[in-house]
Design a protein around this ligand. Structure first.
Ligand code: NAD
Length: 324
């Protein structure tokens, strides 16, 4: 079987697949040339992360394709239902990146509490001549300990974020349509403890949280989970983190709330219109930014690669068994 990983694959996974007899290629092929490449190379398995699209036209045009694997969670870049209708298998690796995303959330949170994103932007230009002025401007930092984190979407990543926040002495409240846990397990050194968390109504979360982190999937109705209506209810001076999906927060409403001071700062790892987010958003001084790197750690990519390799090997075993 021929495997093409268009958005990269860990060296270990590539090695494992090669040893199991798969022909694996990992050179990125631009989207507009991908169909031609897959057809020419008679690729059986296409692996993507979030960048490469596997849409209806690609599925129709590549008759050799049997399996599409997404390294990560959200599959909005793949026409999953259509692929399955056409007899293809589609798999993903939902749990592999949760810790890395949660750690990025905490990195943004700590940074915003001390004004680090803005200070980092200004120090190279102003740090030499205006060091004392900058020191004065950034001396109003705050600690996270004792503050309340509101988590919207308490699935895998939401719960990992809660573990980190609880470990830092924060309180955690959350909203979720389905999940209703009363505690999460936190490991401190070699000790594991169940720490209480509270499920609340969205209005209560918005009113009480000092920091809000979004961990929801793309919504079926395509609407943002935090729009103008919700942002009008937040506690004054809250900080927001969105590592979920670009559309999870209404970007216009966010800019408005940052400008009128209701939101102190916001962190965005995901954007509407990726890979071309809007320039006015990126230029806003109260934003802490990262280019969709939630899952981009060596550890997460290693776990994603291992899981994909397992899934592909199991898939081939099933195909072979079905043929016999
Ligand atoms: P998950 O399925 O484990 O959890 C999502 C939770 O959100 C579920 O419990 C669900 O009930 C809840 N939910 C859905 N809609 C809701 C709503 N409107 N209000 C409240 N709760 C709601 O998913 P996960 O693995 O935790 O991933 C969460 C998000 O993180 C996804 O959007 C995923 O695409 C994104 N993600 C981003 C990165 C990155 O690089 N930034 C990496 C991995 C995942």
């Amino acid at each position: 079987m021929r495997v093409h990983a268009n958005d990269g694959l860990s060296a270990t996974a590539k090695e494992r697949l090669a040893q199991a007899g798969f022909h694996v290629t990992t050179d990125h092929v631009p989207q507009e040339q991908l169909i031609h490449h897959l057809k020419q190379e008679r690729v059986d398995v296409l692996l993507v992360r979030s960048a490469t699209q596997a849409r209806k036209e690609l599925i129709d045009a590549c008759p050799d394709l049997k399996l599409i694997g997404r390294g990560g969670v959200g599959m909005d870049n793949i026409d999953v239902a259509y692929a399955k209708e056409r007899g293809l298998s589609v798999v993903n690796t939902p749990a592999s990146s949760s810790i890395s995303v949660a750690e990025l959330v905490m990195a943004h949170l700590f940074g915003m509490m001390r004004g680090l994103p803005q200070a980092n932007r200004r120090m190279p230009g102003e740090g030499v001549d205006k060091f004392k002025d900058l020191k004065k401007e950034y001396e109003k930092g705050a600690e996270v300990r004792g503050r309340t984190l509101g988590v919207i979407g308490f699935g895998r990543i939401g719960q990992w974020t809660a573990k980190y926040a609880l470990g830092c002495g924060m309180r955690v409240i959350y909203v979720d349509h389905h999940c209703a846990v009363a505690s999460v397990n936190v490991r401190i050194g070699d000790v594991e403890v169940d720490v209480p968390v509270r499920r609340v109504a969205i209005e209560e979360l918005l009113a009480q949280a000092d920091a809000i982190s979004l961990h929801v999937p793309a919504q079926k109705d395509g609407r943002p989970v935090l729009g103008a209506e919700e942002l009008a209810l937040v506690k004054h001076g809250v900080v927001l983190m969105n590592t979920a999906r670009g559309g999870s927060i209404d970007e216009d409403a966010l800019l408005q709330a940052l400008n009128d001071g209701r939101i102190k700062a916001a962190a965005l790892d995901v954007f509407v219109g990726e890979p071309k987010p809007r320039a006015d958003l990126l230029a806003h001084p109260k934003l802490s930014l990262s280019p969709h790197i939630g899952a981009a750690t060596a550890e997460a990519q290693g776990r994603i690669g291992d899981e994909l390799a397992d899934l592909i090997i199991a898939f081939r075993a099933k195909v072979t068994a079905d043929q016999e």
